[in-house]
Design a protein around this ligand. Structure first.
Ligand code: DGT
Ligand code: CA
Ligand code: CA
Ligand code: ZN
Length: 568
């Protein structure tokens, strides 16, 4: 179907005409035609063949002629005329709030503005506010619009996106006539950062579902409100985010979910495969000629191509399709396979939760163990434990364990790796602990690789904490040769951490894959300091799944007994 393709052309024409200062009703006519096409249940090409275009309410002879022209020739003269002389980057400016086509036109004509950078420049140097009819106040508002536009274009950590999406999903359960509902896009694939948020739903009355969506109290702006697609801006922890909702018929839900989950590269590979089999795959289903052979469920869509249902985290075209065809798709760790958390701070250092509080939380998550890994004394800023305090903490943990059934607290530390690569606690104390995580917290640029390797020489070290030191939101991380650290870990039988705090997710999926190939064990720890933080485990598991780690690659998939044995 070319419906959407042609709708996009009409939208562009409307924008261009607006910038050129065309009268409002002409602009509106194109927008309206575009939205009608988007929502049209029938194939526009079929309608044109039967010369029935003009029977569609809202499509007059002028618009019908342009559609026919495009279908016949692949071109539309009106589109070319409307866009001539207008750079694409100028059209994009229309997405900035508080900036109308009239102002864009003025800025373009009078000051030669062609893109966002130009616009920012004429705001900074005052030439925009000097234009007739502009004034400081309006320019100020435009500047605010630019800031929120730029903010909304940035990728956000998965945690921010997922929190917002889950809030929307919970709300949408009550939408009128809604049948199925799911996150899609990079969010469903658990990428460490997410661009826009894609949500898919099925139901009969798209318009009222989208109206319901647009009335969510968190919506700050409505970008589009149709019968098959709604697009809004919502407030989130990281500023404004765009959330897209698509509504499809329930019989197409599987095909649409597969399509909009992506990734694009995975989809392109599938499309090629389908073609080779004489099939066609799209967001509407899998087709043999005009006959639809799959579409209701994702499983059925994949099965139609002779493929298994891929976990969303694997859909990146990194060899998953080829392996599946050979029946060798590896089994990856499940979210429920985690038996404990191996990096947790308590109120003995800079955490906020007591030891018994942590045990309760771990119990609530169905864990069988949780390793208390407070900082060591070099981490003064974090109230790091002296050997004496650590000994007292170990006693308290033992007492607690004796009192309760179910979850076991493990004694542990997140000991600092010092400037010379030694550890910030005496060996005889390290020897008594269940779990020794060792991390670098200072001297990020100083001999990091050598220090980590030296630290791993210590027989009591179990795990290197957050091995790259990066923060997704900003900090670049250590100056470290991770390949060398990986090889060292293999040689010395040490594990590396996948720190599951959303802003770390460190090791990243690239090095996790390498660890797996080398046979280096990975330890998942949330590094939590708060009561909510234990929930971050799922981000670690998500990234582990993206790196194709299996249960056997992960320390904390072991039972308590197996784990203790391995640590000895
Ligand atoms: P993001 O938003 O940048 O974090 O990444 P995605 O993967 O969510 O990408 P997005 O939002 O642009 O599109 C959502 C999904 O729609 C994408 O994962 C796959 C599908 N999709 C988008 N564009 C195309 C395309 O041109 N071809 C195919 N086959 N699929 C596409
Ligand atoms: Ca997306
Ligand atoms: Ca999207
Ligand atoms: Zn740390």
């Amino acid at each position: 179907m070319k419906n959407k393709e042609i709708a996009a052309l009409f939208y562009r024409i409307a924008d261009a005409l607006e910038i050129k200062g065309e009268v409002a009703f002409k602009v509106l006519a194109y927008r309206k035609a575009a939205s009608i096409l988007e929502d049209l249940g029938e194939d526009v090409e079929a309608l044109a063949d039967e010369e029935k275009l003009q029977t569609v309410p809202g499509i007059g002879s002028g618009i019908a002629a342009k559609i026919e022209e495009y279908l016949k020739t692949g071109k539309m003269k009106k589109y070319e005329d409307a866009l001539s002389g207008i750079p694409e980057s100028l059209l994009e400016l229309l997405e900035v709030r508080n900036l109308g086509a009239k102002t864009v036109q003025l800025a373009h004509k009078e000051l030669g503005v062609r893109n966002l950078e130009d616009l920012k420049k004429i705001i900074r140097d005052g030439s925009l506010s000097a234009l007739h009819g502009m004034g400081e106040k309006r320019v100020d508002n435009i500047l605010k619009g630019i800031q929120s536009y730029e903010k909304a274009q940035e990728r956000v950590p998965i945690y921010v996106a997922l929190t917002l999406a889950e809030e929307v999903l919970a709300y949408m359960k009550d939408a009128p006539g809604i049948k199925r509902l799911s996150a899609a896009g990079s969010l469903r694939r658990m990428k460490e950062t997410v661009g826009d948020i894609d949500i898919l739903a099925s139901g009969k009355d798209g318009a009222s579902i989208i109206r319901f969506f647009a009335s969510h109290p968190g919506v700050t702006r409505i970008l589009a409100e149709g019968t098959t697609k709604g697009s809004v801006v919502m407030a989130s922890e990281a500023g404004e985010r765009q959330v897209d909702l698509r509504i499809v018929d329930d019989s197409e839900f599987g095909a649409a979910l597969q399509y909009f989950t992506g990734s694009k590269a995975h989809n392109i590979k599938l499309r090629g495969m389908a073609k080779d089999k004489g099939l066609k795959i799209s967001e509407y289903g899998v087709f043999r000629g005009a006959k639809k052979i799959a579409g209701r469920d994702e499983e059925e869509v994949y099965a139609a191509l002779g493929l298994p249902l891929f976990p969303p985290e694997m859909r990146e075209d990194r060899g998953e399709i080829e392996l599946a065809l050979e029946g060798r798709l590896p089994e990856i760790v499940g979210y429920g396979d985690i038996r404990g958390d191996l990096h947790v701070h308590s109120d003995w250092s800079d955490g906020h939760v007591t030891l018994s509080g942590l045990a309760d939380l771990a119990h609530g998550l169905g864990y069988s163990y949780l390793a208390v890994c407070d900082h060591s004394q070099a981490a003064k800023y974090a109230g790091g434990l002296t050997p004496d305090r650590l000994r007292r903490q170990m006693k308290e943990i033992t007492a607690l364990n004796n009192k309760r059934k179910g979850v076991q607290l493990l004694t542990g530390t997140e000991v600092d790796i010092l400037a010379d690569g030694s550890l910030d606690l005496p060996d005889e104390l390290l020897a008594e602990l269940d779990v020794v995580v060792a991390s670098i917290h200072s001297g990020f640029r100083k001999n990091v690789t050598a220090r980590m390797l030296k630290a791993m020489d210590n027989p009591y070290l179990d795990i290197i904490g957050h091995p790259s030191g990066r923060l997704i939101s900003g900090r670049e991380g250590y100056d470290v040769d991770l390949e060398a650290v990986l090889k060292g870990a293999r040689r010395l039988g040490k594990a590396l951490e996948l720190n599951s705090y959303y802003d770390r997710l460190d090791l990243n999926e690239f090095y996790l894959k390498k660890s797996k190939d080398l046979g280096v064990s990975i330890s998942l720890g949330t590094d939590t300091h708060s009561s909510g933080g234990l929930q971050m485990m799922r981000f670690g598991v998500g990234i582990a799944r993206r790196a194709w780690l299996g249960k056997n690659d992960i320390l904390n998939c072991l039972s308590l007994g197996q784990f203790k044995k391995k640590m000895n």
